[in-house]
Design a protein around this ligand. Structure first.
Ligand SMILES: Nc1ncnc2c1ncn2[C@@H]1O[C@H](COP(=O)(O)OP(=O)(O)OP(=O)(O)O)[C@@H](O)[C@H]1O
Length: 457
């Protein structure tokens, strides 16, 4: 036992109570700790003498932390190895970013190996190779496992599921449901589905859609946007999404931004190619987006419809009969006439028109702050009034959104105004509409919608 010549080593023997004398428990414990520490320290000194670094210190810089040091002796103690139960529990808190369910439930954790030095190897199976979420999954797993007591290091290795494993996952996620089921059309669906419609193009329908979605997601709701505007799909750009969806078997995983899941017709066309789909094809595409996309448990689904009274609006009414329409118009006479025509389609489709949003309603003068009616005045109120008469239920004017350069800029930069400037006039008006759409009582129009309010009281 040469080498260590500390003062205290001479005061006590190597082993507590080795002399056969009665030693009080507290003292015995101190002696034991000291003995343990001493032998550990001797080992470390020997290693240092040979030029080798202390393996514990080299591999685990965390062993210097206060919890690891016995305050009485100021020497590090041996850490306990992490328990596999604790690691499993930590992994069960890791949600797949696209599916939103624990990776353990999805059988994505292939193996976990705890080494003697407290480092942990986790093998995770991705649904597809080149999964765009690989970095996010790796960091979520590392973060969760490194928080477990005793874990010194985490190594995450990524593999890819076999076709059989993918099929099993698909069935699990779909809950064994048959293909081509539109969850929002099922009895008891709690998802509110809104088609955002306009008569004319360029009135700000997509801008309103993304801002409503972002505001709803910010307030804690689970939100999806289906960009069905095949001629002018601009939703992904406005939300800053530049990656395509991933596909697992026949299931399409929508990319997400600002907490909003997005699918756009533009994600399925090459480059900036124009889409030349016609009626039946459009209907099938919409049906596929509604049924094959893994939307998860949505509170609200917003559909950015193409302008006009086109086929898509009719298809939406057929595929999701409980869907409702929100009309966007500018105050301009030309825009209000077509907006009204778009709204009256609801008479044929038996859809509820939840209200009218007047966009670009005015512009605050940059000098004096007074309202400048760039596109005229009162168009939104006029549309709301006429639709109330034609449809026989109250169609309110929900908001007047001013022209705001920051709203346009936010659309170009992928940062919705309701998030970057929530207290601007336009931001407040949009947030108020988002609230109105999610927190309202059933049967506004006096007819049963067969669904419950999406908002959480
Ligand atoms: N209130 C507003 N203030 C300033 N710019 C706005 C406002 N609303 C919309 N815009 C801008 O006007 C343009 C057209 O808006 P947007 O694309 O949202 O319209 P749209 O009705 O969806 O058009 P389309 O149907 O042709 O796709 C965009 O550049 C957008 O940033």
């Amino acid at each position: 036992m040469g080498g260590y010549r500390g003062t205290r080593s001479r005061q006590v023997s190597n082993r507590p109570a080795a002399h056969g004398r009665e030693v009080p428990t507290a003292v015995r414990s101190l002696m034991h700790d000291h003995w343990h520490t001493r032998t550990t320290r001797q080992r470390r000194i020997r290693l240092r003498a040979t030029g080798a670094p202390s393996p514990r210190f080299a591999a685990h810089p965390r062993s210097h932390t206060a919890e690891d040091v016995d305050p009485r002796l100021r020497f590090p103690l041996s850490p306990a190895l992490p328990s596999s139960d604790a690691i499993q529990s930590a992994l069960a808190t890791v949600l797949d970013p696209e599916i939103g369910k624990p990776i353990t439930d999805l059988d994505m954790v292939e193996s976990v190996h705890v080494r003697d030095d407290g480092s942990v190897d986790v093998n995770v199976l991705l649904t597809v190779s080149g999964c765009p979420m690989r970095d996010e999954i790796t960091s979520r797993v590392s973060r969760a496992v490194s928080g477990v007591d005793g874990v010194r290091d985490v190594r995450v290795a990524l593999g890819v599921m076999t076709p059989e494993q993918r099929t099993a996952l698909h069935e699990k996620v779909r809950g064994g449901a048959a293909q081509r089921v539109i969850p929002f059309a099922q009895p008891g669906s709690m998802t509110r589905v809104y088609g955002i419609a306009s008569g004319k193009g360029g009135v700000g329908k997509s801008s309103v859609t993304v801002n409503l979605a972002a505001a709803m997601a910010r307030s804690g709701l689970s939100v999806g946007v289906l960009d069905a505007d095949i001629y002018g799909h601009s939703v992904p750009r406005m939300l800053g999404i530049d990656r395509p969806p991933t596909q697992v078997e026949k299931m399409i995983m929508p990319p997400q931004a600002h907490g909003v899941r997005v699918i756009s017709t533009g994600m399925f066309t090459r480059g900036n190619e124009p889409v030349t789909w016609r009626g039946p094809m459009l209907h099938r595409a919409l049906e596929q987006f509604l049924s094959d996309v893994f939307w998860g448990d949505l509170d609200v689904l917003l559909l950015d419809l193409p302008p006009g009274t086109g086929d898509i609006a009719i298809s939406l009414a057929q595929l999701v009969p409980t869907s409702e329409l929100l009309l966007v118009t500018t105050p301009q006479l030309a825009a209000t006439e077509v907006a009204e025509r778009a709204g009256t389609i609801a008479v044929q489709t038996h859809q509820n028109v939840i209200g009218v949003v007047e966009n670009m309603a005015y512009m605050p003068c940059p000098h004096c702050g007074e309202r400048v009616d760039v596109f005229g005045e009162g168009g939104g109120a006029a549309v709301a009034e006429r639709l109330t008469r034609v449809l026989g239920h109250d169609v309110p004017l929900l908001a007047q959104i001013p022209v705001d350069v920051r709203l346009r800029q936010g659309g170009d930069d992928g940062k919705p105004l309701v998030l970057s400037e929530p207290d601007s006039e336009a931001g407040k008006a949009l947030r108020a509409v988002a609230e109105r759409l999610t927190f309202r009582s059933r049967g506004l129009s006096g007819r049963s919608l067969g669904i419950s309010p999406a908002g959480r009281a």
